[in-house]
Every structure is written in structure tokens, then in C-alpha cells.
Design a protein around this ligand. Sequence first.
Ligand SMILES: Nc1nc2c(ncn2[C@@H]2O[C@H](COP(=O)(O)OP(=O)(O)OP(=O)(O)O)[C@@H](O)[C@H]2O)c(=O)[nH]1
Ligand SMILES: [Mg+2]
Length: 218
Amino acid sequence: MHETVDQHMLESILGRNNELAHHNREHFNELGLVAINIMSAPGAGKTTLLEKTLSSLSTDYDCSVIEGDMIGDLDAKRLQKYIPAVHQITTGKSCHLDAQMIARLLHAQKFGGTDYLFIENVGNLVCPAEFPLGEHKRVVLLSVTEGDDKPLKYPVIFHNCDVVVFTKCDLLPYVTFNMVKAKDSIQNLNPKAQCFELSVLNDTGVDNWLNWIKGMRS
Ligand SMILES: Nc1nc2c(ncn2[C@@H]2O[C@H](COP(=O)(O)OP(=O)(O)OP(=O)(O)O)[C@@H](O)[C@H]2O)c(=O)[nH]1
Ligand SMILES: [Mg+2]
């Protein structure tokens, strides 16, 4: 009985989120910006990749960031060194951003003139997968220190994404991460997902990543 009620509640929450995500997407399209939702487990390298991305992209493009964290603004402060338009959302007890949080910000802030809106989700491989925000592209980071079994253990987020970025590839010689196995798992779950292998430490693969982003506006 409880399970049925909980299931109803969950479906209603997710249904409402999907409606608001649709509304956000319309806003993004009206504004003419490209919105990219960046998700991963805590510490996979989302903010570091954004630092690298903004340092390169912000000379030619107008970039904004929405930074999602349960508490504090440490990441927002890191990113404000590159661009002024960093908007913090503090989620409190919630382990993911949802479409309503983004909608509130969209109504409160001016995003006119923005080319790229990067959304750093709360570090979590589970919940962000269930809550689309209206973004155009969904990117999942998987650092090679997390283990090559993660696509099999957390399939929903890998199933529902456009891009998987393998981060910290400079550490591959020191960990047991099997790239072929990880890519096979992702291919089985989501044949359309594009994969990038990247290290921000030694710049490997960064150009491919930046070209993918720029390709969305060319
Ligand atoms: N060796 C190596 N370390 C990296 C790389 N990218 C990020 N790191 C390190 O990984 C740690 C976590 O990076 P963050 O960018 O803060 O990770 P995050 O995903 O934003 O973390 P949360 O916001 O807490 O979920 C930092 O110590 C980074 O310096 C990389 O390419 N190579
Ligand atoms: Mg971060």
C-alpha cells in the first residue's frame, strides 16, 4: 500500500518536473542560448572542467554558469575568477537540481545575450538523472579513479545522457580502470552517447571537448 502511494507521489513529482523542464527549454530557446547540464559523482572534476572550459571559451562567447551545491559557494567562487555570471543554487537537503529551481532563477535573472549556460549539478550519480532541467545537452563525467563498473551500477544517468567525459585520464597508468570495458558498457546502455577521454592536468582531449561545445553554435 505504502509502496503504491509512494510510487504515485514520485510519478507526480517527476511529471511536474518534466513540465517545468519543458517550460525552461522554451525559455532557453527564446533566449537563443545553449544549456548544458553537467553531472557526475562528487569530485569527478566538473568544476575543474568548467574552469578549463571558461578560460578558453569566455574570450569568444558569452558564458553563464548555474552552480548547484547542497551547501556553500566554494565552486561558484572558483568559477567567478573566469566569468562574472555565476549563479549559485543551494539545494539544502536535496541531492540534485530540479527544473523548478532553474525556472525560479530564469525568472529572477537576465540571461539575454548568453551563448552558453553551463549547469553544474550537485555531485551525485543517481538523482540528477531523474530530474531533467530543460537543458539541450546532458553530460556525465566519469573519472577513471571511480572504477569502470560505474555505468553498470548507475545505468540511468548513462542511459539518459548525450556525452560521457572520462576525466583524470592522466591517472590511467596508476589505476585499474579498463577503458574498453567502460566504453562497452556505455555503448550497450546508450549507443548514441559520445565519449571523450580527457585530462585537465595535461590537456589531453580538451580540444575535442571544446570543439564539441563550439560545434553547437556553428
Ligand atoms: N589528476 C587529475 N586530477 C583532476 C583532474 N580534474 C580534476 N581533478 C582533481 O579532482 C578533484 C575534484 O575536482 P572538482 O573539479 O572539484 O570536482 P567536482 O566534480 O566539481 O566536485 P563536486 O562539485 O564536489 O561534486 C580536484 O582535486 C581536482 O584538482 C584531472 O584531469 N586530473
Ligand atoms: Mg564542483
